[in-house]
Each structure stands twice: as C-alpha cells, then as structure tokens.
Design a protein around this ligand. Sequence first.
Ligand code: AMP
Ligand code: ZN
Length: 465
Amino acid sequence: MTTIKLHNTRTRGKEVLNPINPDDVRLYLCGPTVYDRAHLGNARPVVVFDVLYRLLRHVYGTDHVTYARNFTDVDDKINATALARKEAGAPGTLEELVQERTEETISWYLADMAELGALEPDHMPRATAYIPQMIAMIEELIAKGHAYADGAGHVLFSVKSYKDYGALSGRSVDDMIAGARVEVANNKRDPMDFVLWKPSTDELPGWDSPWGRGRPGWHIECSAMSHELFGDSFDIHGGGNDLMFPHHENEIAQSCCAHPEGDFAKIWLHNEMLQVEGKKMSKSLGNFFTVRDLLDQGYPGEVIRLVFLQTHYRKPMDWTDKKAKEAEATLRRWRALTTGINPAPTASVAVIDALSDDLNTAGALAELHKLASAETAADLLTSARLLGLLTDKMGTWSQGEDHDLSHHEKSLFDARQVAIETKDFAEVDRLKTALIAAGVEVRMSKTGVELVPGPSFDASKLDAI
Ligand code: AMP
Ligand code: ZN
C-alpha cells in the first residue's frame, strides 16, 4: 500500500500516516463562520483538504475515508448582519434573520467550493445542531476541575489546569500572552483562560443551560462536534495556520481534558496563508475579494484550483493575475489534448508518489506537464482527475461558451465585405493576424466567418483588437 507522509505541526516533522482504523480514516477541517461569502483565502484550506481527501480515498478506498468540515453558525458577526438587516427594516425576528443569513451563506459557500472542484465532505455539522453535546462536554470539564462558572452566565476554561497547553505551537504560555491580544476580564482567574459558554440576550440565538440562557464559545464547538462524529481519537485535523493559536490549542486543551483516554487528533495539518500580488489580502488595501467575485469576473473555478495547487500548502501562496492567465492556457492545452480520450485505468505512480510526500502538489503538476509533453493523454486525464482537474463537471468553460467571439466574427465579415469592394485587404489581414495571435482559429468561407478558440487561446489579447 502507498505510504502517505504528512507534516505534523505538533511534532514539527513529516510522519507516516498510520490510520487508527484503515477501514475508516477520519479527518476534520475547521470550516467557515457563515456570516458572509468566502474570500479567496478561505478557499485555500478547502482545496488543500480536498486533495488530501482524494488521495486518501485513492489509497484506502472511497468508502474508507470520512471527512467532516463544520459550519460555525453562531457568532457575533452573524448577529451583527442580522441586526443590520433588522435596522434596515427587514421583517422577522432577530433569530429568524440570523437563520436566514446562515442559510444563504451556507448555500453560497457550497456552490462556490463546488466550482473549485471540492468534493463535499461526508459530514458538514452545524454548531447549532450540537448544543447538547457542547453543554455535556463543558459539564465534564467543570467536574474534572478544568473549567469554572463565574456565576454570571459565563463558563471559562482554566488554562493552568492543562499542563500541555501550548504544545501544538511549541510556545510557552507566557510567550503566548505576550504575543496575543489576550482579553483580561475580571471574571477570569488567569488572563489566558478562555470562554466555553457565555450569556445571550433574549432576542439573539441562545439555549438553556445549567448556567442560564446562553451560547457556546467558538472553540468548544469543534471539540464537541469532532467528538460526536469521531470519538476520542481520530487521524487528521486541519485548518489555516492562523487557527493554530488560540483555536487549535484550545480545542486540544478541551478535548484532551474532557477525554484524557484518547489522543484527540493524531496529525495536525496547517496551510499557510494566501496573499494577493505579494500583499496580505485586506479590505484596506483594496485587494480583498471573494471566490464569487473571481468567478463572476470570468476566472473559471478550475483555473483558480490549478493556481492554488502550484504552491505547496505549507508555503505562503501568492494569487496573481499572471498565474491565472498561465493556468488558463495550460488547462486549455490539456483539455484539447484529452478531448474524446478514455482515461487510463490508474493514475501515474509518480503523481501518487508526489502527493503522498506531504501533498507535494507542485511536484504532481510537474508530472502532469511531463505526461502532456509526451502526449500520453489517457494517463494525463486520470492523473489530473486525482487532483480534481480535467473533470467533466469543471470543463464547460473551456468549450468556448464563456468567450463570445460573435462580435469579432461580425467585424471580420464586415471588413471583408468592404475589402471586396475596395480591393484593399489591409484591415482584413490586420484582424486575422490579431485573432491568430490570440490563439483563435479563423475559418472564412463565402457565406461567413467562424472563429474557434484554440488550445493557446488568450482572451486578454482580444482586447487590443
Ligand atoms: P474563518 O471563517 O475566518 O474562521 O476562516 C475559515 C478558514 O479559512 C480557516 O481555516 C482559516 O485558517 C482560513 N483562512 C482565512 N484566511 C486565510 C488566508 N488568507 N489564507 C489561507 N487560509 C485562510
Ligand atoms: Zn475548529
């Protein structure tokens, strides 16, 4: 069987994946807080984990991998959007408006991630459906001396009660206090203590609990949901490296204290951040955009996916327009090469080996380029599909529908009509040369002009015509 090696944040090295149960390899990814559309950075962990999920299914069998990715559907930011709608005169209670917002955001998220070729996880738990499990876990933590209620509706986790706190990121508690904006509050016994449960108002979402009507803290959600779905120990837990501290440290503290007999997650996988044209993506820099923004601008999801796969998940990734153009040209070539071809029965060993070496997607793509150069189209197709590329579902963009060339067809036809009269074909030649330079095949007959985008088609070159 193929050996998969993954970099474990916890041990800071590559480890061989030895599943707890090879008949059911289990992975959990922290999903989005559903208050707004996913930005491009949010898509990175989704694509990284999708590649891992596909590789695991390939190695262990489709029915022997279980992937869970949650939705955080209770949060201040969600409440804020509902409040804003209410103030703008929207009908319904605040709770209804919160639900409306989470429902629409979840459906956007699923549609956008599907465009990037991400398979849907087997479980997509919503935090609000697991409140009893969260309450039970908090009670367990209190009973074991790891958490305390402040008498005013809050329950806090006592960080000092867990000696391994900080082991994931390898920092001491003092360093973490110095480096993070730790909220000092007078209900905390220690500044590092974090909230497991907090009070809610009557209008906002809240649930009855031993500590009064309230709602869970963010960290306890993932601990409770992963435990409910996977039990005390499972194989892989992931997320962006911005979640390492405090979110993942806190998840570990909660889960290991509530269920000390288990290991919680054995391997911790973290992706690096995405940047845009060399800069951090931020609203103030004006380079912040959502996945949907890019799709609406005409970037096919498959092109976005290929750009992502070019950078190893543990390196910062830069989204640039130039990379997108190059990825589009590559995919057009590969799609032209594999049209009408039956896929080979198995993916190339070199591609599987690259992916098995800590998800070396760049290495896997280099192998795909070799297969394309050798024109071994059937192998290219199967191996590309292992990476979620060249699938039937994702291919419609390359069939030309997205590029309406009828306007250029008309210009060329009209120019030719004029030229037949004037005997001056300079304009016809200019148009033809420009179209060919943009990778368009020009077919002219007596009755009309037909323009067909070829494998090296580059729509941006049409702008100059
Ligand atoms: P959030 O909804 O903010 O909790 O984020 C959802 C996921 O997106 C988390 O796994 C984050 O680590 C990840 N994420 C957020 N921003 C970026 C970014 N710029 N690059 C890569 N991943 C990100
Ligand atoms: Zn989480």
